[in-house]
Design a protein around this ligand. Structure first.
Ligand code: C2E
Ligand code: CA
Ligand code: CA
Ligand code: CA
Length: 277
């Protein structure tokens, strides 16, 4: 019996070792991917709630792995976030997005706004503020064209420093969105403290909007909250016309989702703009 126990214990620890090994390996491949420029950005259009006007795009990272093909960020961002790598990847995303804004501006391509995802780990120590300042300087873009998507968990941990830094970012002219709103462990108090522009309703609420009473109540509440606080509200993951119509009825301002478009490569996005103008 003792033998059996030892057996399962060592099996468990082998398993653990394998998992740790896999993670370290992925970290190493991600580091190499950065050096070899295997990342690229896709852009998902965001629309006025009637679907008539492009209000912006969200930059979403993709990894073109020579061995595995296109890898989803859902697979590697969580790993990167557990190491220092997320800083380097986050910096790359920010500067790539701003270079793209500058390039579109030069070529007369009209994209009102580009939203960039910011991981909680990037919010520390004024680091983000300095980085945004320098990339704005380098690319000479209009700061109003840049939006940063923060998560509730990113905003909850830090103290007063974060409030000041976000105020400084706003003073630069950059806009601020809360991503996945309603899924974090937040109190609503921070909505008053932080200078925000946009609330993004998480896809899980959009999914249940037409089928679950509580999702509908939550969506209604978020939209009302946005109205009262003077914030724009965008629903994520809108896949059906019925969802869009309901969101419009509830007073939601914008949406993004497969109903109108998936995340697109730069070429695909520019083709879409040409065909719709
Ligand atoms: P997110 O920020 O919530 O991004 C929205 C995700 O929902 C994207 O997945 C998008 O492709 C997907 N999506 C949009 N509309 C629909 C829809 O109608 N139906 C369905 N089923 N899905 C929809 P993606 O691109 O795989 O990104 C996954 C997550 O990875 C993002 O979630 C974000 O948390 C993270 N991520 C992506 N790019 C970056 C980045 O550059 N930096 C950081 N820190 N995180 C990123
Ligand atoms: Ca996002
Ligand atoms: Ca989101
Ligand atoms: Ca999400």
């Amino acid at each position: 019996k003792a033998k059996e126990q030892r057996g399962s214990l060592s099996f468990f620890s082998d398993d653990l070792t394998a998992a740790v090994h896999r993670r370290l390996q992925l970290e190493q491949r991600l580091r190499r991917a950065l050096e070899q420029q295997e990342f690229c950005l896709y852009y998902q259009p965001q629309w006025s709630i009637d679907g008539q006007q492009l209000t912006g795009v969200e930059a979403l990272i993709r990894w073109q792995d020579p061995e595995c093909g296109l890898v989803s960020p859902a697979e590697f961002i969580p790993v990167a976030e557990q190491s220092a790598l997320i800083r380097a990847i986050g910096s790359w995303v920010l500067s790539r997005a701003c270079e793209q804004i500058a390039d579109w501006h030069r070529r007369g391509v009209r994209i009102p706004r580009v939203a960039v995802n910011v991981s909680p780990q990037q919010l520390d120590h004024q680091h983000l503020l300095h980085e945004v300042e320098s990339v704005l300087q380098q690319t000479c873009i209009d700061p109003a064209q840049l939006e940063l998507e923060l998560t509730e968990s990113g905003l909850m941990s830090p103290g007063l420093e974060a409030v000041e830094m976000l105020a400084s970012l706003r003073a630069l002219g950059v806009s601020l969105a809360i991503d996945d709103f309603g899924t974090g462990y937040s109190s609503l108090a921070y909505l008053k403290r932080f200078p925000l522009n946009l609330l993004k309703i998480d896809k899980s609420f959009t999914d249940d909007l037409l089928t679950g009473e509580s999702a509908q109540a939550i969506v209604e509440m978020i939209i009302m909250l946005g109205h009262k606080l003077g914030l724009s509200v965008l629903a994520e993951g809108v896949e059906s016309e019925a969802q869009r119509v309901e969101l419009e009825r509830l007073g939601c301002h914008q949406f993004q989702g497969y109903l109108k478009s998936r995340p697109l490569s730069v070429e695909e996005l520019e083709a879409l703009l040409l065909s719709s103008s």
